[in-house]
Design a protein around this ligand. Structure first.
Ligand code: PLP
Length: 325
């Protein structure tokens, strides 16, 4: 399904472990020396692993996406150095769902013999993911995003990639990850991947039309700002992300929760302190927009009726909160 060889698939405990393994495994293989280029709105599993490496003396250049949420291959190429050992760009951003031009980034990196790691955790199941087509050297997936059990993921490692294992022992997984395999999880993941491959195109078209309708209904609400491009092919079909500047995202999420809607604040709230969304800051959003972003992820069971209910609920909750300011 990924268009690779079986021996290139390493089963892990999930997306976080796959990301951590890709980043640190390549860094250790290079003796913790050199430089890494990464988009600045990677998942924290990547960013925290990079922090760890910076503390050990490696250098990282972070490349911001543009205002639409797309990373420029030219900007990534510009950041590459003679000592760059890895280039990192996710397939689709986990907050704003924007799809990145990974194939073009790979083309730029490979002209300089730099391997590319792509976190495809958010993209798989919604858009085509073929490592042969993308040309990447490393690619991560997570089972629970596809309906597989929690605790299973994949790191694709292209043959002859310069990477060392982080878990040593009995040499399972062609030596890349020791430890007795999670057989039930692996079988569940295989089933979930084949189910999602079978239904992907039909589901994506349905999700696209539902999310278009939700965007249309939300963007006419007072103060609403859409985050990331809406352009067809450049956004995951099920991702809707908008901001209501002046409100704090947690209050909107709580208001929606009372109406039975599970939304997510792009900006995490930690210990009562509002933390602005890193992805929104990366695309140049100001503080008010970055602390008020709302993510509504549509799934296979979402219906047109729910979309109308969600739009009405967001309208009521945000109007009440603006009136209380
Ligand atoms: N990478 C991305 C882009 C994600 O969205 C997530 C989870 O939301 C992860 C990595 C981590 O995956 P997991 O929850 O399987 O550890």
């Amino acid at each position: 399904m990924l268009e690779c060889e079986g021996a290139e698939v390493v089963f892990t405990s999930g997306g976080t472990e796959s990301d951590d393994f890709a980043v640190k495994g390549v860094a250790f293989a290079n003796g913790l020396r050199g430089h890494i280029v990464a988009s600045s709105f990677e998942h924290s599993a990547v960013l925290k692993s990079l922090d760890f490496l910076v503390n050990l003396g490696m250098t990282v250049t972070y490349v911001d996406p543009d205002a639409d949420g797309i990373v420029s291959p030219d900007a990534m190429a510009h950041a590459m150095q003679d000592d760059t050992v890895l280039c990192i760009c996710m397939l689709a951003n986990n907050e704003i769902g924007t799809v990145q031009p990974v194939r073009d980034i790979v083309a730029r990196a490979h002209t300089r013999n730099i391997p590319v790691f792509c976190d495809a955790v958010q993209g798989y199941g919604q858009i085509p993911v073929s490592v042969a087509d993308l040309g990447v050297d490393l690619l991560s997936l997570s089972g629970h995003k596809l309906g597989a059990p929690r605790g299973i993921g994949i790191l694709y490692v292209k043959r002859e990639t310069n990477i060392v294992p982080l878990i040593d022992g009995g040499g399972q997984e062609t030596g890349y990850r020791s430890g007795t395999e999670n057989t039930a999880g692996i079988i569940g993941l295989a089933q979930a991947m084949s189910d999602s491959a079978e239904h992907r195109e039909r589901n994506a078209a349905r999700l696209r039309s539902l999310s278009e309708e939700l965007f249309d209904r939300l963007c006419v609400l007072p103060h609403c700002v859409i985050n990331g491009t809406r352009e067809h092919g450049k956004r995951l079909p099920g991702n809707v992300n908008v901001s209501f500047p002046g409100l704090d995202a947690e209050s909107v999420v709580l208001g929606l929760d009372r109406r039975g809607i599970a939304a997510s604040a792009g900006a995490a709230c930690m210990g009562g302190k509002i933390v602005r969304s890193r992805s929104l800051l990366a695309i140049g959003a100001d503080d008010a927009r970055a602390s008020s972003s709302l993510r509504l992820t549509l799934g296979d069971e979402s219906t047109a009726e729910q979309i109308r209910y969600i739009a009405d609920s967001v309208a009521h909750v945000t109007a009440d909160l603006y009136a209380m300011r």
